[in-house]
Design a protein around this ligand. Structure first.
Ligand code: ADP
Ligand code: MG
Length: 702
């Protein structure tokens, strides 16, 4: 652990530097052409690369390789093959061919396909994504060469998160290049979406975790009364990091650095036991792969420290949950950030065009962004005054708002506001340059200087979906813009008019105020912005006519792929709530009821004992306690019966929208009815007899 950062960073990555060193020049430049410019990969090139990769991996102790992919479960999957190949003399040699590098054939039948594949059609293929570097992973299984791959069916339909993401990146590249060409940037060969996801998580003691079936089976607590202290003192946010957590973070960083993940910032978050890690941004597909590694290693390293990492969006009721801030921009291969306003944004026509393109995209497709942020856990957060509201709007800050207003009112923006200087009022503290704009925590889609931050992404989800959607909707607007501008006689004039018109038509999406207030809900309704409150309500957007046209036009999803994804989402939702309900029923019977009945019996017995010893003794406390416990137990009993009946009814329903809606409208409220009496009992029953660790134990004692 004492290694120097520069020595460990990227040592387990088959990086550009390693390729330069190990590949013949001709092979290296051919591969680079594929990576940077999307040229088709020659099988001879793949053969040489595979061999070099194998030698490099074996020198570092690797015995196996795996095609590492991201099925629609949201987590990663892998199938390990060893490099060994038998020889005629009964020995082995280590082999790895170009074919094995490029293509794998995992059995696809046990991954969700949403009907894209019948169960008897098991074939699926993984295909090498050479734009995301291969890396080594070391764990109890030894050292494994991991090859990032896309995963598709026998007919080429995407069965994973990466394939559509890569397709959307191509769409964005194509359309952004068209626009840039009009601005005279003929030197730009590639535009990539750049992404930096900030990942929130909870850390709790593992031995306590193991005593709670709800955490084990569902990732969140289904019961639990609030302890006397929650997050109201604001003393955890950015607080000094506890030793045990600090040593976890240190090891996590080293593990990630070795695999080339640029873990950069770490701090305590708002809720007790909550933390955050952010890497430095990189190309969207690599950022997505890296975020999967971040999540995987957060869990893995926690185990080594006797801790458990919870990535669920809402592990604890009553304190903040976790999300992921997906920072997004567009970057050219020449080093230009297309969302960088520069010092005088009002004069930066190119920036204003790209900015207005994003505004229009978000306004036209707010429903798609909403579904991109939907999972069962996020239903507890969005709109609950700790996360952005479920209404999509864009924060652009006072400086840009002023520029856009000038554009709308005068047809041009003559000036822009500057930040000025901040004087804290003490000579000991230097004067600081102030940003031109403050920040806004409550906005779901906020412009933060030179990038947009999509703040609704669920903490446990892959960021692939969110970025696939952002890339595609922006590509689509850029496509329309390029169509119009390519035809214009006077480009300068046409572009000014286009920006003005776009901003005028879509300025309803801009909102710089408090997104948590009720006033915004009403104002948003007046503006006609959708307020899609739950996951189940968000899913139809995926298969709406508008979405089908959009995704087919840019070859990101076929109509079948969209339908499949919607199916999977309904099913995921129903399954998640079904497991939660069954876990509650089980915990009620085998954990809570026996403990509570035992305690009530003891108190009742003591009443008799005291009365026998001292007939005139006051036993009112014991008396009311037994009465109250019995009353709450009786409530819990009818609640659990009700919940059981609903769960049983759901078993016979067909997967799809109606079943998911049944779980949302019937089962979830029934779960709440069961939770209430149990949580009330937790506050009056002997703590030593309480059968599971409490919120206080979980949140404050690590
Ligand atoms: P803040 O949220 O306070 O602005 P940072 O500036 O550290 O914090 O940015 C948060 C995340 O945004 C980091 O992962 C960072 O690398 C990423 N980021 C910064 N610039 C860009 C960009 N141009 N494109 C995408 N992500 C970016
Ligand atoms: Mg941020």
């Amino acid at each position: 652990m004492s290694e120097k950062l520069t020595d460990v960073f990227g040592i387990d990555v088959f990086s550009d530097a390693v390729m330069v060193e190990r590949l013949p020049k001709r092979i290296y430049s051919a591969l680079k052409k594929t990576i940077d410019e999307g040229e088709e990969l020659d099988t001879n090139v793949a053969e040489v690369v595979a061999n070099a990769m194998k030698d490099w991996a074996i020198e570092r102790g690797a015995t196996h390789y795996t095609h590492w992919f991201q099925p629609m479960t949201g987590i990663t999957a892998e199938k390990h093959d060893s490099f060994i190949s038998p020889t005629t003399d009964g020995k082995i040699i280590m082999e790895f061919s170009g074919k094995e590098l490029i293509k794998g054939e995992p059995d696809a039948s046990s991954f969700p396909s949403g009907g894209l594949r019948a169960t008897f059609e098991a074939r699926g293929y993984t295909a090498w994504d050479c734009t995301s570097p291969a890396f080594l992973r070391e764990d109890a299984a030894g050292v494994t060469l991991c090859i990032p791959t896309a995963f598709c069916s026998y007919n080429g339909e995407a069965l994973d998160m990466k394939t559509p993401l890569l397709r959307s990146m191509e769409a964005l590249n194509t359309q952004a290049l068209r626009v840039l060409k009009l601005f005279g940037h003929t030197d730009v060969k590639k535009v990539n979406p750049s992404v930096g996801p900030e990942q929130e998580y909870f850390l709790i003691d593992k031995s306590k975790y193991l005593q709670r079936e709800d955490l084990i089976f569902t990732g969140r607590t289904l019961f639990g009364a609030m302890p006397p202290k929650g997050q109201e003192l604001d003393d955890h946010y950015y607080g000094s990091i506890k030793e045990r957590v600090a040593s976890y973070m240190k090891e996590l960083n080293v593990e990630l650095w070795k695999m080339g993940v640029t873990a950069k910032t770490q701090h305590n978050e708002v809720a007790p036991a909550q933390h955050e890690l952010a890497p430095i941004y990189t190309t969207a597909n690599i950022a997505t792969d890296h975020n999967q590694l971040v999540m995987e290693y957060m869990k893995k390293v926690a185990n080594r420290h006797g801790l458990t990492c919870l990535l669920h969006e809402k592990p604890f009721a009553g304190v903040n949950g976790s999300g992921k801030h997906n920072n997004w921009s567009m970057q050219t291969d020449t080093g230009m950030n297309l969302l960088n306003p520069g010092k005088t944004p009002n004069e930066n026509v190119q920036f204003l065009l790209f900015l207005s393109a994003v505004l229009k995209a978000v306004d036209l497709h707010a429903d798609l962004l909403r579904v991109a942020a939907a999972n069962p856990g996020n239903d507890h957060r969005l709109g609950a005054n700790e996360a952005p509201p479920a209404i999509i709007s864009v924060y652009i800050g006072t400086q840009l708002e002023d520029v856009l207003n000038q554009l709308i009112n005068n047809g041009e923006a003559k000036n822009c506001k500057h930040g000025g200087w901040l004087n804290v009022g003490s000579h000991a503290i230097p004067e600081l340059k102030k940003d031109a704009t403050d920040r806004n925590r409550t906005s779901p889609f906020a412009f933060t200087g030179n990038k947009f931050e999509f703040r609704m992404v669920p903490s446990s989800a892959s960021i692939a979906t969110a970025n696939t959607i952002i890339n595609t909707i922006v590509a689509d607007v850029l496509c329309d813009m390029a169509d119009e501008l390519e035809k214009a006689d006077n480009f300068e004039q046409a572009v000014q008019e286009l920006i003005k018109r776009t901003v005028c038509e879509h300025k309803r999406i801009v909102f710089n105020g408090n997104g948590y207030g009720d006033a915004w809900v009403e104002e948003a309704a007046r503006r006609g912005l959708p307020n899609i409150k739950t996951m189940v309500d968000s899913i139809p957007a995926l298969t709406a006519e508008k979405a089908i046209t959009l995704f087919e036009k840019h070859k990101v999803f076929s109509v079948n792929e969209l339908k499949a994804r919607a199916e999977i989402m309904y099913e995921d939702y129903s399954k998640a709530i079904n497991i939660e309900a069954k876990t509650m029923i089980n915990m009620a019977y085998v954990k809570y009821f026996p403990a509570i009945i035992g305690y009530a019996g003891e108190v009742a017995k003591s009443i008799n004992e005291i009365r026998a010893a001292v007939p005139e003794a006051d036993v009112e406390l014991q008396d009311t306690l037994v009465t109250e416990i019995s009353h709450l137990l009786s409530k819990a009993r009818s609640a659990v019966k009700h919940l059981q009946a609903l769960v049983e009814r759901a078993q016979d329903m067909q997967e799809g929208h109606d079943k998911a809606a049944f779980f949302r409208d019937e089962v979830i409220p029934a779960m709440q009815y069961l939770r209430e009496p149990i949580d009330a009992l937790e506050l009056i029953v002997d703590a030593d007899r309480w059968p599971v660790p409490t919120y206080g134990d979980l949140l404050f004692e690590i």
